[in-house]
Every structure is written in structure tokens, then in C-alpha cells.
Design a protein around this ligand. Structure first.
Ligand SMILES: C[S@@+](CC[C@H](N)C(=O)[O-])C[C@H]1O[C@@H](n2cnc3c(N)ncnc32)[C@H](O)[C@@H]1O
Length: 270
């Protein structure tokens, strides 16, 4: 094969009209190596898990928690859900590549926490357009299309009645105390290191959509800002939907470095 022919290699090995440049080919090789390594690692981990399971069984130890099969079957049910959650993924332009990657990890945590819940909440990824960097980030995670989430390029306001939407934002004057039936609670899908203050509040107000903040200061004293990450916000909502009290779930989810302390004057019922 002469050097010219070599240049015509393509992603799937099939001939393509546009030959790859040297740089593109190097990038492709690097990606293929990475995928191969990932596959090997996964296989190793799978084998390790299997071995551990056998060893535990031999020792007569029962494995706690749901099996992978059970987890797969544990899906959200829109019909019986009292409320739904939308994660607004329309903030591409406000994020650098590493923020998008961090947001992607947060989305993975959300999906994982939800599938382990007693009653998973229906989750929508809204405003997710295919030509965005956010979409490309998600695509890096091969399995994301099998997640139990409803991905849509439409906005939450095109999916739900406007008067049944509450945009969650730390800057709202309204405090969320309980979930209302049939409502959709929107979380801003953004990692902004506090550089976009008031972004979601302005957005919701311009659209005439209700807003609410989580009742952090009502139950805990924290040392830093009350702006949470997307997954922390979700995990708090999930905890409350499963019957935990606000203070219980806040103490569980808020990071230690924020040093949450319970406010003593708040009654135990809350
Ligand atoms: C990292 S924050 C984004 C902050 C961003 N500057 C903004 O304007 O929303 C990610 C999202 O989590 C939710 N969130 C974070 N802290 C919250 C709080 N204290 N109350 C309600 N929602 C909160 C909001 O939906 C927010 O958009």
C-alpha cells in the first residue's frame, strides 16, 4: 500500500471520499486506542465483580442492594408520578468544555441516583439540540441513550403548561416547601462557577414562569453561597419525594465543606 492509499483510512475502515489528514488520523488512532482501553477496563471490572459475587456467595454472605437486572427494570412512571423534573440543557454558550464535561458527570449521577430510588422521578432533558457541544459531550458516554430520561430538543415550556412549571433558582423570592401535583420543576443545566448570576431567574421571569428556591436558609446555616450544583439540587428533590424531611436530606446532600448546621428552632416535622 503506498502512502497515498494509507491516507484514505476512515473511522470504520470503509473507503470514504475525503482522505484523512495526518493530524486527523493521529486523532482517530488516539480515540480508537482510548475506546479499546475503556472496553478492556470494563471487561476486567465485570470479571472482578463476578468473582467477588462468587466469593461472597461461597462465604454465605448475602449481597445487599438491587441487582443490575432490578435496576434496569426500575423505571419512572409518568402516569403515577405526582411531579416531573426537567433539566434545561440550553446553556451551551455559557460553558467551557470542562464545564460541559462536569455537567455531564452530574447528569450521570442524577440518572444513577434516580434508578436506585424507590420511586424514580420522570426526568426530561430539555433544549438538547443535536448540533450543540452539550449533545456531543453526552455522546461521549456511549450508554446515555439508554438512560431512563426523556431527551428533547424542545424547551420545557413547549412540553408542559406554563402555569404548571416552576423554575428552580437560588435567587427566587419564593420558597419551595412542597411539590404540587402535575407540576414540572426545572433545574438549570449549567456549571458556571457563579459567573452567570441571575441567569435562570431572568430567563424564567421573561417567560412569565413561576420560580422558587430550595428552603436552605430555613433549615440549615451554611457557611457559603446557597447555589447548589445540578445533581445536588436533584438529589434533594428526590430525597423529599421519597419522604425524607428537608433538614434530613439537606444534611445528607450538602457537602461538608459548606459545613451545614441544623437550625434548632425548626420543628422536627419539617
Ligand atoms: C450551578 S446552578 C446555576 C446557577 C446559575 N447562575 C443560575 O442562574 O441558575 C445550577 C442550577 O441548580 C438549581 N439550583 C441551585 N441552587 C439552588 C437553590 N438554592 N434553590 C433552587 N435551585 C437551585 C438551579 O436550577 C440552577 O440553575
Amino acid at each position: 500500500m503506498d502512502s497515498k492509499e494509507e491516507e484514505v483510512e476512515t473511522i470504520n475502515g470503509a473507503p470514504e471520499e475525503q482522505p484523512l489528514s495526518k493530524k486527523q488520523r493521529k486523532k482517530l488512532e488516539k480515540r480508537q486506542k482510548f475506546l479499546e482501553m475503556k472496553k478492556n477496563l470494563r471487561e476486567k471490572e465485570r470479571a472482578k465483580r463476578k468473582l467477588k459475587k462468587i466469593q461472597l456467595k461461597e462465604q454465605g454472605i448475602k449481597i445487599e442492594g438491587p441487582s443490575r437486572k432490578q435496576l434496569k427494570r426500575n423505571k419512572a412512571d409518568i402516569e403515577s408520578a405526582s411531579f416531573q423534573i426537567a433539566i434545561d440543557l440550553s446553556f451551551d454558550e455559557f460553558m467551557a468544555e470542562k464545564d460541559l464535561s462536569s455537567l455531564c458527570s452530574q447528569l450521570l449521577r442524577i440518572y444513577t441516583a434516580n434508578r436506585r430510588a424507590k420511586k424514580p422521578i420522570p426526568i426530561h432533558f430539555t433544549g438538547l439540540k443535536e448540533d450543540t457541544r452539550m449533545y456531543q459531550q453526552l455522546e461521549k458516554n456511549e450508554g446515555w441513550k439508554h438512560w431512563d430520561v426523556m431527551a428533547n430538543d424542545k424547551s420545557y415550556s413547549e412540553i408542559f403548561d406554563k402555569d404548571k412549571i416552576v423554575y428552580l433558582t437560588s435567587e427566587s423570592e419564593n420558597v419551595l416547601d412542597k411539590f404540587e401535583d402535575g407540576h414540572c420543576y426545572v433545574i438549570g443545566g449549567i456549571v458556571d462557577h457563579n459567573s452567570q448570576k441571575g441567569l435562570t431567574l431572568d430567563l424564567a421571569e421573561k417567560q412569565g414562569i413561576k420560580t422558587a428556591r430550595l428552603p436552605l436558609s430555613e433549615y440549615v446555616s451554611i457557611t457559603s453561597r446557597s447555589v447548589l450544583t445540578v445533581n445536588q439540587c436533584f438529589e434533594i428533590l428526590l430525597g423529599v419525594s421519597e419522604g425524607k424531611s428537608w433538614k434530613e436530606i439537606l444534611m445528607e446532600v450538602l457537602p461538608q465543606r459548606k459545613m451545614p448546621k441544623l437550625k434548632t428552632q425548626v420543628s422536627d416535622e419539617s
